[in-house]
Design a protein around this ligand. Structure first.
Ligand SMILES: C[C@H]1O[C@H](OP(=O)(O)OP(=O)(O)OC[C@H]2O[C@@H](n3cnc4c(=O)[nH]c(N)nc43)[C@H](O)[C@@H]2O)[C@@H](O)[C@@H](O)C1=O
Length: 377
């Protein structure tokens, strides 16, 4: 695990005593921009890390202690911290439920930008663990905001803050939803995200913090967690295609979502923090499809009929559903100059292609007796 060593070493480059007191103009090396990401191990964290490394940033990520390794999405970016000239991504233990850990890393790293992508992000699960969801999503965001505000106020170092908001906050408000649409959350997760949104607005108004809310509509990728509906479907398509599975159990197929590609959306996060003024932005494709349309596209792509495989299981219905989400991202397009590059069909294909490859590898291991087929029906 990396420590604060790198920040200390970078700092010492600027305290060059003899040159500082000499009349010879010093060629001061420009400091890399430093980003701190809470939620770096998630889908968005991994894409944002790639994006920021590509922009020359030093990226620090906060990770939670777990008995299993939870850094699979970052493995391809990891360089041993002992290789200090090459390691520009560093990971540190912290938790949104532990205010002292947040304040410590903000103090030590003196980041230019802080991205709060951490959450218990599964809507259905938030009905099962509402208290934990509220603590991490709502109060956790407040803890990080407070760490940023108080650290910045003592060090004098300005810090820009990004809060990952969600289209779930609109809940039952009819589409299209924009920055001026009313919030009507329909789950403990969504209600907690509304609180985090308003904490962020409040820190901007009360303390002048450069704090932005990105109201991101659903964004998917081959790195999406396997219990979100898109990935659940594409994983099943891959496994059905190679003969590892026959059925797919799903809930409500008529819900409509505005699905974009996560790799596109992290650019919008960064762009928000590069503006002259902080603000809140909807990030979306402005197109909506039902879960059934996603099924048709994913199964159809490999010549299968979803109706031969999908079984409705009531357990996947939610106590309260969000029926229809479709963004109006005209503000982001106008002010940030952002637009999505990957469309719906391309996104489906990208995910199915990867999950067929994954299933083929799984099949080799199953056939060789190294793993079982996970008892899929
Ligand atoms: C923007 C927002 O996006 C995500 O939240 P979500 O929209 O709830 O995403 P999902 O993929 O879990 O559900 C989409 C729809 O699909 C329906 N659905 C049917 N059958 C199954 C099913 O079997 N599993 C799941 N998960 N959903 C199902 C389900 O009822 C819902 O209507 C999170 O990233 C969240 O963090 C976030 O912020």
């Amino acid at each position: 695990m990396a420590s604060s060593d790198s920040a200390g070493a970078a700092g010492s480059e600027f305290n060059n005593g003899p040159l500082a007191s000499s009349s010879i103009p010093a060629a001061v090396p420009e400091r890399r921009k430093v980003a701190l990401i809470a939620g770096i191990t998630g889908q968005d964290g991994s894409y944002l890390t790639e994006f920021l490394l590509g922009k020359g940033y030093e990226v620090h990520g906060l990770i939670r202690r777990s008995s299993n390794f939870n850094t699979a999405r970052l493995d391809h970016l990891y360089v041993d911290p002992h290789n200090s000239s090459k390691a520009r991504m560093k990971l540190h233990y912290a938790d949104l439920s532990d205010a002292s850990s947040l304040r410590r890393w903000v103090d030590v790293l003196l980041p230019d930008e802080v991205y709060n992508l951490a959450a218990q992000s599964h809507v259905a699960v938030s009905f099962e663990i509402p208290d934990y969801t509220a603590d991490v999503v709502a109060t956790g965001s407040l803890r990080l905001l407070e760490a940023v505000r108080s650290s910045s106020s003592s060090s004098g170092k300005p810090i820009r803050y990004y809060q990952a908001g969600s289209s779930e906050m609109f809940g039952s408000t009819p589409p299209p939803q924009s920055e001026s649409s009313a919030f009507h959350p329909r789950s403990p997760y969504a209600a907690a995200k509304v609180a985090a949104h308003w904490y962020t607005v409040n820190y901007r108004e009360a303390y002048g913090l450069f704090a932005c809310n990105g109201i991101l509509f659903n964004h998917e990728s081959p790195r999406r967690g396997e219990n979100f509906v898109t990935r659940k479907i594409t994983r099943a398509v891959g496994r059905i295609r190679v003969g590892l599975q026959t059925k797919l159990f799903l809930g409500n197929l008529s819900a409509a979502r505005d699905w974009g590609f996560a790799g596109d959306y992290v650019e919008a996060m960064w762009l928000m923090l590069q503006q002259d003024e902080p603000g809140d932005y909807v990030v979306a494709t402005d197109e909506s499809h039902t879960v059934q349309e996603f099924l048709e596209a994913a199964f159809g792509y490999v010549g299968l009929d979803w109706k031969d495989h999908v079984v409705i299981d009531k357990r996947y219905f939610r106590p309260a559903e969000v029926d229809s989400l479709k963004g109006d991202s005209s503000k982001a397009r106008k002010v940030l100059g952002w637009k999505p590059k990957v469309g719906f069909q391309e996104l489906v294909k990208m995910m199915v292609d990867q999950d067929i490859e994954l299933a083929k590898r799984e099949k080799v291991l199953v056939d060789a007796g190294y793993i079982d087929a996970q008892q899929q029906p």
